[in-house]
Design a protein around this ligand. Structure first.
Ligand code: LMR
Length: 411
């Protein structure tokens, strides 16, 4: 018996076993901090009372507070009172949530129901991750073409999956508009079968949205060249309105056999940390759609197994309710209106901000050098993304003019 114990002790004290613990992680390279998340932490730590946070993309009311929407609060109360089980729902998540979003995204008259597949995801990020995983599973040589600049996390997600990302021109910094002819020239060169990432509305970070004519033209090129569009729809309702913000996407889908839509409820339901989203995939026919569904389900199972339920349950309750649905939609319109008012006031206050009135949603890019952006943070307690992107919803009627003055002081 003693012999046996000694043998075990010997085994655990051998040089091989004591080295084992550190050998794996020592190989890791330290990763740079995500610049936006680092900015949130910096801003939080700043104790200056006059600080202005136009960094991370969250909606704020005119008191600078990110509220829980009234319909969301009411749905949460209802959920707590009525939910009688927390048992698993499965990898597809809440199917009613998934279906209730469809007319909001695709309208009420779309004809491709049988060709759609998809599931609930942890936020729009989860949907994007699954989209890239699905593309990789179908063909690992597919390149993802993204308009420059794009949401900073797009690049990280594509890299994490191991696909190649290639940029196409989107924004002309000199005019602060879309460089549509350069974009079209680039799209016409893309190899058949490659994917093109597009922002459904409220372009992040530029605020420069495509017109319906431009969506139509892009659709024709995508169809002709056999490309796969991935439409990231993360801000529906915060540009021109719920229906209006999906019109470009609908025009595109009417022309195509295949497409991916990644959807987020973070902003339009104010559910940020609840991680609520969905992926919809359009396939050329029902048989392929079924194959896609089985792949999505198995990828989700291997990635997060099942999505978190709370946010999706709230959205489902709101969309199914004759009382909560209009309340949500009115509050969303008020949010959209507040952003537009801030935009217009900025644009009217000074020529430097004038292009902002042509742009949509929470974001715009200010043409500032990194030195100017740092000065604004250090000297004026103004927090914006390193690209010069500002979240217009971060401004209030109290901070608007101090913000304008501060920006002008560093020009
Ligand atoms: C943003 O762009 O600020 C938001 O979408 C938050 C994020 O996760 O980057």
């Amino acid at each position: 018996m003693t012999d046996h114990i000694e043998k075990i002790l010997e085994k655990f004290s051998s040089p091989l076993s004591s080295e084992k613990g550190s050998a794996v992680f020592e190989q890791l390279k330290r990763q740079p901090a995500d610049s936006l998340l680092a900015l949130i932490a910096l801003c939080r730590a700043d104790k200056r009372e006059n600080k202005i946070d136009v960094g991370v993309g969250v909606f704020c009311d005119d008191q600078g507070h990110t509220p829980v929407m009234k319909a969301v609060k009411a749905a949460e109360v209802h959920l707590i009172n009525t939910q009688n089980s927390k048992s698993y729902l499965g990898s597809v998540g809440d199917v009613v949530f998934f279906q209730q979003l469809m007319p909001i995204i695709f309208g009420t008259e779309y004809t491709y129901q049988n060709r759609l597949s998809g599931l609930q995801t942890p936020g729009g990020t989860g949907a994007l991750r699954l989209a890239f995983d699905l593309i990789k599973a179908a063909n690992p040589h597919t390149k993802i073409h993204y308009g420059k600049p794009t949401w900073a996390n797009h690049g990280q997600l594509i890299a994490a999956v191991g696909l190649e990302a290639v940029s196409y021109p989107y924004y002309k910094a000199e005019t602060r508009e879309i460089d549509f002819s350069a974009m079209m020239d680039a799209l016409k060169q893309i190899k058949r079968g490659d994917a093109v990432l597009l922002h459904g509305c409220c372009h992040n970070p530029t605020g420069c949205d495509l017109t319906l004519d431009q969506w139509q033209e892009i659709g024709a090129v995508i169809a002709k060249r056999g490309l796969l569009p991935i439409i990231d729809l993360a801000y529906q309702g915060l540009g021109d309105g719920l229906d209006e913000d999906a019109r470009g996407l609908r025009l595109l889908l009417d022309q195509l056999d295949e497409a991916i839509i990644t959807y987020s409820c973070d902003k339009n339901f104010g559910l940020y940390r609840e991680r609520t989203g969905a992926i919809y995939v359009l396939s050329e026919n029902k048989t392929v759609a079924e194959k896609v569904q089985s792949n999505l389900t198995s990828l989700a199972r291997a990635t997060w197994s099942m999505p978190p339920d709370h946010g999706a349950a709230i959205v489902r309750i709101i969309l199914e309710s004759d009382i909560l649905r209009p309340s949500w939609s009115t509050e969303l319109q008020e949010m959209q209106h507040r952003i537009k008012t801030m935009r217009d006031q900025l644009a009217q206050a000074d020529a430097y901000f004038r292009p902002l009135s042509q742009q949509k949603g929470m974001f715009s890019i200010l043409p500032l050098s990194s030195e100017q952006i740092t000065r604004l943070r250090v000297e004026k307690a103004i927090y914006m993304a390193p690209s010069g992107r500002i979240n217009i919803a971060g401004l209030t009627s109290k901070t608007l003019h101090p913000f304008i003055e501060a920006v002008k002081s560093v020009l």
